[in-house]
Design a protein around this ligand. Structure first.
Ligand code: IPE
Ligand code: IPE
Ligand code: MG
Length: 246
């Protein structure tokens, strides 16, 4: 069935339940203006704030923002310091707004790698926003899909050794419960900005049937209209899940 022949999508069809965004292009945005990369990241944090509000307005239930990958630790120390500084700042300054807006924040990734200070700030922000029901916001920090899958495999092995988990008892559902996204729907739509067309280790397991939208805009320039465009593109896609189209 061609996209044109597709019956008019219902609202539930048109708005993805879970959107993941690979927020890319902060460095290029800064370079284009002759600014230090740190200012690109600061502008990127403001764009994230806009995207969160736009997602809540659009009726998206889950938003996962990729903010710092497992591999980003290999960037120069001063850039890592700038990024963790921004995290510390925003974790503290945004909590009030998140609570007021009904947004529940969760951090996925290896938070321990940021040290006790930031871990405490993360734990406090998660606890303070735990009652939020309007939007579930995940921020992926020190996150890598492969590391997440290996951690889940380790946990399963541990259960086998200590708790008698039988290999046949491990299936996709029970394995999924060992991931950091336990209890969350898989992403329906994954957006990447800046023109790059790759996953860079984002939600590898969870993106099995996600739709991908690549947008040329650099992340700091991202506006509500870009999210609306991506949702519009998503609404035109026909999802088949391996089942033959009628
Ligand atoms: C995305 O912007 C932010 C992080 C990866 C932390 P980049 O810093 O990757 O920006 P580019 O890709 O160099 O333009
Ligand atoms: C992916 O962007 C990670 C984040 C957006 C946080 P990168 O800029 O790190 O990815 P590569 O290096 O272009 O693959
Ligand atoms: Mg990049």
């Amino acid at each position: 069935m061609s996209a044109a022949a597709k019956p008019a999508a219902t609202l539930a069809d048109a708005v993805p339940v879970h959107v993941g965004i690979i927020m890319d292009g902060n460095g290029r945005w800064a370079a284009a203006r002759g600014l230090p990369r740190a200012l690109g990241h600061k502008a990127g944090a403001e764009a994230a704030r806009r995207a969160i509000e736009a997602a809540a307005e659009a009726g998206i239930g889950w938003l996962t923002l990729f903010a710092f990958s497992s591999e980003n630790w290999r960037r120069p120390a001063d850039e890592v310091r700038d990024l963790t500084g921004l995290m510390r700042l925003y974790l503290r300054s945004e909590v009030k707004t998140l609570v007021k807006e009904g947004i529940r924040l969760r951090i996925i990734g290896e938070r321990e790698r940021f040290g006790p200070d930031l871990v405490r700030a993360i734990d406090q922000a998660e606890a303070a926003t735990a009652e939020g029901r309007r939007l579930n916001l995940n921020v992926a920090l020190s996150y890598g899909g492969r590391a997440e899958i290996v951690a889940a495999a380790r946990a399963a092995m541990q259960q086998a050794l200590e708790g008698g988990l039988q290999p046949e008892a491990l299936d996709e559902a029970s394995f999924g419960r060992l991931l950091s996204t336990d209890g969350m729907p898989d992403p329906d739509l994954i957006i990447r900005t800046s023109g790059e067309q790759r996953l860079s280790n984002f939600l590898l397991w969870q993106s099995a049937y996600a739709e991908f939208v690549f947008q040329d805009v650099l992340w700091p320039d991202y506006e509500a209209r870009h999210l609306a465009e991506a949702i519009g593109e998503f609404a035109r896609r026909e999802r088949r899940y391996g089942v033959r189209a009628a």
